[in-house]
Design a protein around this ligand. Structure first.
Ligand code: A2H
Length: 253
């Protein structure tokens, strides 16, 4: 962890009713997978959410009505940031693993896809953010490679019980133009760098560096409320809009 606190936007991805499987016991609540992002302006292009299959999660009470599914570590940070029903004390209604969450249908803020699914990503860190990540494969190299691994490897889908219809219908959505990289920056950079899979750590670090900086300084919005605006200017406005609508909260660690 760094020395300075990092401020994330937590995107509230609501579990679509009816709740099924282990989540059924939560059906009287509004249940969210809460994903930490540094790129709230990309939320239009969400195609899925990511969970770590063997990761441990809890269903923590944020208020009387709302439940966030996150790691225990994140629930403590949330509690210290006034996001727990009992002040300073996270209370979990249910212990879960990533396996329990794979295939859960979600309705996520700003997303053009009306429903997206939780899918396995093997490189999620449990000591960063909430352990839940939202996926924007047009603009995130990690997301692009993890999604193409699932799309191109039926055995990987079978291993984690991932149904074709949770993955195959979801194409990249152009949401940001970067002059040097076009309308699907992550795809272009991953192809140019010949990245083979989500586990290709060194090349992915390079891809992230290239797209992240250029996206911020030179990107412009192709869609949404702030279409035509520079990413730099749109980012704080989209963050504010999500928070005002109750669809996101600020989270620091
Ligand atoms: B970002 P930083 Cl479009 N494990 O959101 C692995 N990755 C995690 C994580 C975890 N526990 N928690 C958050 N993240 C991801 C969007 C995005 C992101 C785009 C482009 C780049 C990008 C959609 N995924 O991140 O180490 C989340 O993915 C580039 C680094 O704190 C979060 O923002 O800098 C970012 O990593 C936070 O990583």
């Amino acid at each position: 962890e760094g020395v300075l606190p990092q401020e994330y936007t937590l995107i509230k991805m609501q579990v679509k009713s009816p709740l099924t499987g282990k989540l059924k016991t939560l059906e009287t609540k509004r249940v969210f997978l809460a994903a930490a992002t540094l790129r709230p302006e990309t939320m239009y292009g969400q195609t899925n959410a990511w969970v770590l299959p063997d990761g441990r999660y809890g269903a923590f009470e944020i208020s009387d009505e709302e439940v966030f599914i996150v790691t225990e570590r994140a629930s403590l940070n949330l509690a210290y940031q006034h996001l727990s029903r009992v002040p300073l004390k996270p209370t979990s209604l249910l212990d879960l693993t990533g396996h329990d969450l794979i295939g859960v249908p979600l309705v996520s803020p700003l997303a053009f896809n009306s429903v997206i699914y939780a899918l396995p990503m093997l490189t999620i860190l449990t000591d960063k953010g909430t352990g839940i990540v939202t996926s924007v494969p047009s603009d995130s190299p990690d997301d692009y490679m993890a999604l193409s691994d699932l799309k191109t490897k039926p055995a990987l889908r079978a291993k984690f019980g991932v149904k074709d219809e949770w993955v195959l219908p979801f194409d990249l959505i152009p949401i940001i133009n970067i002059p040097e990289f076009g309308d699907k920056a992550a795809e272009k950079v991953c192809i140019d760098l010949k990245i083979k899979s989500q586990n290709d750590k060194e090349k992915l670090a390079e891809a992230k560096k290239q797209t992240y900086l250029k996206g911020f300084t030179e990107g412009s919005m192709l869609v949404g409320e702030f279409k035509g605006m520079k990413v730099q200017e749109a980012k704080p406005l989209i963050k504010k809009l999500l928070i005002e609508r109750g669809e996101a909260v600020i989270y620091s660690e």
